[in-house]
Design a protein around this ligand. Structure first.
Ligand SMILES: [Cu+2]
Length: 356
């Protein structure tokens, strides 16, 4: 209802302005052109100032109303993300000051220096000093901003700390696949022709023993609070983009070209639920690249937990190799088989003794 009333008021204001413009047109015909031009100038000058004041009130009001709903209202959930926030605030402060100052001058001058019979126009075509100042100052400021940005970019995409855990993140139409290297700490090799959605989503090469303990997951990625995590990002089909808004990070997922990104989660999911007063809070991984008709549904979830909780979770996971070959999983061995296994070792020495 409020929405409807707001729209109705806006439409009415437009109709009134249109009618006033039309009426002033008729008046100008009656009064003569010069008089009506002067009158129009006055109205326009006044409207400029009104627009400036209303615009500023509108910006302030919208900020008050919606800032709490933006991600900026909550602290960055990663240590490195705080650098992105500070870059954003510095950029907003610099451009904001320039924007507000130039617009106040623009609208105020339009009012103050409107046509007057008592004042002559000052001819001011060019000024070298001014040109130099307003070229060099923005150039220096932009260079500083770019250098800060590059330093941060090289940090996030460069070598991760030695204690970092590694997770491979692969995008596909339309979900995320995560791989953990397992106990050996190394990822097994993969080959795209081995990809098979039934039991080998990443195309792992089973001949490579390093792949045997790799854990493959979909939908939810677990990471540890306070422990740097390095994402090795790729794609199975088109270009996706790992978007981590709460951690203030994002990185393209390109088929055939692995990209990397690392960050240190600062708050567990539980802590964020308390900080945001939202019991349903989840860290989201979005796809930030238009990648097809179900792009919007590529929502991954990140669970930030402490080390103990992570270890418990990981201990329950079965490596992809063993889900692909359940018969090779010792946990799946039937009681009868385990008897056989128990019998075998004793049988071997007997045989070998007999052989000797
Ligand atoms: Cu995508």
């Amino acid at each position: 209802m409020t929405m409807f009333l707001t729209i109705a008021v806006i439409v009415l204001i437009f109709v009134v302005i249109f009618q006033i413009a039309k009426a002033s047109e008729y008046v100008s015909i009656l009064k003569g052109e010069e008089v009506s031009r002067k009158q129009n100038n006055k109205i326009n000058g006044f409207l400029m100032v009104a627009f400036l004041i209303l615009g500023m009130i509108g910006v302030w009001y919208c900020n008050k109303l919606y800032f709490g709903k933006t991600l900026m209202a909550v602290d960055s959930a990663s240590v490195e993300g705080a650098r992105v926030d500070s870059m954003l605030w510095i950029t907003i402060a610099i451009t904001g000051i320039v924007f507000i100052a130039t617009h106040i001058l623009l609208f105020w001058f339009a009012y103050k220096y409107q046509e007057s019979d008592t004042r002559k126009v000052f001819y001011f075509p060019h000024n070298n000093k001014l040109e130099v100042i307003w070229t060099i100052v923005p150039a220096i400021v932009l260079t500083v901003l770019v250098v800060i940005g590059l330093r941060n970019w090289f940090l996030f995409t460069g070598d991760s700390p030695k204690n970092a855990m590694q997770v491979e993140v692969i995008g596909k139409q339309f979900n995320w696949i995560f791989r953990y290297p397992g106990k050996d700490g190394a990822f097994g090799k993969k080959y795209f022709k081995n990809i098979n959605d039934a039991d080998n989503m990443l195309g792992l090469i089973w001949d490579d023993p390093l792949s045997h303990d790799d854990v493959v997951e979909t939908t939810t990625m677990y990471v540890v609070k306070g422990k740097p995590v390095k994402l090795i990002i790729g794609s199975r089909d088109v270009i996706h983009d790992v978007g981590l808004p709460h951690f203030r990070m994002k990185m393209d997922a390109v088929p055939g070209i692995p990209t990397t990104l690392w960050f240190t989660p600062k708050y567990t999911t539980k802590e964020m639920k308390e900080m945001t007063n939202n019991p349903n809070f989840v860290y989201e991984m979005s796809c930030d690249q238009m990648c097809g008709n179900s792009h919007y549904s590529m929502r991954g979830i990140i669970e930030v937990v402490d080390q103990e909780e992570f270890d418990v979770w990981m201990a329950k996971k079965t490596p992809n190799y063993l889900t692909a070959f359940p018969d090779r999983n010792p946990d799946n061995a039937k009681p009868a088989d385990s008897v056989k296994i128990a019998v075998k070792p004793s049988a071997v020495p007997v045989k070998s003794v007999a052989g000797l």
